[in-house]
Design a protein around this ligand. Structure first.
Ligand SMILES: [Zn+2]
Length: 108
């Protein structure tokens, strides 16, 4: 997944209900209009963009790609942390505290 070349799009597709304000429309009485939006955090702020119907399938696919990539990335980061811990343990177990003890041990 990390090495695939699929295009990634950060964000989540959401459905938003709204009223239009046109006189006589049913939306104020509960039959609200819905539109699909892409919601994403950009520099710490949540931003949304309307997604036209003709782009829905592609936006869904690209945001799915992004989510799968992020999961794979998180697993890779965890694995690296475990490997680093193991390497540090090996280093600690093999490092002598004092060269003199080690040299005497080799002589003896
Ligand atoms: Zn309306």
């Amino acid at each position: 997944m990390l090495l695939e070349r699929s295009v990634l799009l950060k964000g989540t597709l959401i459905e938003v209900e709204r009223t239009c304000g046109k006189p006589g429309c049913k939306c104020p009485r509960g039959e609200k209009h819905t539109c699909r939006q892409l919601s994403a955090s950009v520099e710490g702020k949540t931003r949304t963009w309307n997604v036209p119907g003709r782009y829905l399938a592609r936006v869904k696919r690209l945001t799915d790609n992004y989510r799968r990539f992020r999961r794979a990335r998180a697993a890779w980061v965890r694995l690296n942390a475990q490997m680093l811990e193991a390497i540090n343990e090996m280093e600690g177990a093999r490092t002598v505290p004092d060269f003199r003890d080690e040299c005497r041990r080799e002589e003896g």
